[in-house]
Design a protein around this ligand. Structure first.
Ligand code: DAH
Length: 341
């Protein structure tokens, strides 16, 4: 029996010192010291021994148990320390690695131009309005004197939402004129910037979504001279003193008379180049005296009041303002481009 105990002591101690994981160690504890373990099995045979032998074997057996328990405790500590060591290696953070650079964006050049435009008009006493991009055709067309059959109402030009062409993406900011006349007290001085939508192909000067700034003044005794004087002052403020402009006659259903305003090309100074399509001028807005029919449809007495209005192309103005040659650059949002402003 003594020999049996020594064999257990030797093989158990070897196995315990060699254990490489805590699960393995636990299995060894069960194997030797558990209820059905090898040492327990030997102890169960003690009854067969003579009374003289029993205490001696009992002592040896206790020594073996104590030795195994001590070895298991020691191995447990060794494995825990090794595990911690490995964890520290695996989760190491190198605090000397340079941090990731966070890029801070800034305002898009078109919105910078819009801020300047707003500031100029606010300084002249205009109120800035915001209006719906999903608009009723009655506001986009009918109340602006563009009746049924007007070419701009065509399905091939306009994004409609419904079969009977009642709801649409606004094709111009001009419906804001009507919304202002219907809700505001006279006299009125407003601008209304925002997105507009048309079924245009993308090229250097066209996009299916672009921005306009609508403007309107309604008061007693307002004339075309006010229109020209105000818009010339705005262009000088925006592009610098001595900016050359011209007004050309045009036609819009909601103004009479109507005109378009051009600013001399910044790229060629009027000689003609690809940016101005060889014309020397860049068209920046449509304008005119508000048609008496439009005033009357919105409940304003056209005998007592007159008004003028305009719709600017914001991209065009931003291009002229920041000397940008191609409209697509404004929409692509390449940071290498945007960072230049
Ligand atoms: N809405 C016109 C367009 O998109 C521009 C315009 C012309 C607006 C004359 C006006 C105006 O307010 O009076 O082409």
């Amino acid at each position: 029996m003594k020999q049996q105990l020594e064999v257990i002591r030797k093989s158990a101690l070897e196995a315990i010192t060699a254990a490489a994981a805590s699960e393995e160690l636990e299995a060894l504890r069960v194997k030797y010291l558990g209820k059905k373990g090898e040492l327990t099995a030997v102890l169960k045979q003690m009854g067969k021994l003579s009374p003289e032998e029993r205490p001696i074997m009992g002592q040896v057996a206790n020594e073996v148990r104590a030795a195994l328990e001590a070895a298991i405790d020691e191995a447990r500590e060794r494995l825990a320390a090794a595990k911690l060591e490995q964890q520290l290696i695996d989760e190491a953070i190198d605090v000397t690695i340079p941090g990731k650079e966070v890029r801070i964006g800034h305002k898009h050049p078109m919105y910078k131009a819009l801020d300047e435009i707003k500031e100029i008009f606010v300084g002249m006493g205009f109120t800035v309005l915001d209006g719906p991009e999903v608009e009723l055709a009655s506001y986009n067309f009918d109340k602006l004197n563009a009746e049924e059959g007007h070419p701009s109402r065509d399905w091939s030009d306009t994004f409609y939402f419904d079969e009977d062409s009642r709801v649409m993406l606004r094709s111009q900011t001009s419906p804001m004129q009507v919304r202002a006349m219907e809700t505001m007290k006279l006299p009125i001085r407003i601008i209304a910037p925002g997105r507009v939508y048309r079924k245009d192909e993308v090229d250097a000067t066209h996009s299916p979504m672009f921005h306009q700034v609508e403007g309107m003044v309604i008061d007693k005794g307002v004339t075309m001279a006010d229109l020209k004087g105000t818009l010339n002052a705005v262009m000088e403020e925006l592009f610098g003193e001595g900016t050359v402009t011209r007004f050309r006659p045009h036609h819009f259903p909601f103004t009479e008379p109507s005109c378009e305003m051009d600013v001399q090309c910044h790229k060629c100074g009027g000689k003609g180049c690809p940016t101005c399509k060889g014309e020397g001028w860049i068209e920046v807005l449509g304008a005119g005296m508000v048609h008496p029919k439009v005033l009357e449809m919105s409940g304003i007495d056209s005998e007592e009041y007159t008004g003028w209005a305009f719709g600017m192309g914001l991209e065009r103005l931003a291009m002229r303002r920041f000397k940008i040659a191609d409209l697509r650059l404004i929409f692509e949002n390449d940071v290498r481009f945007l960072e230049q402003f």
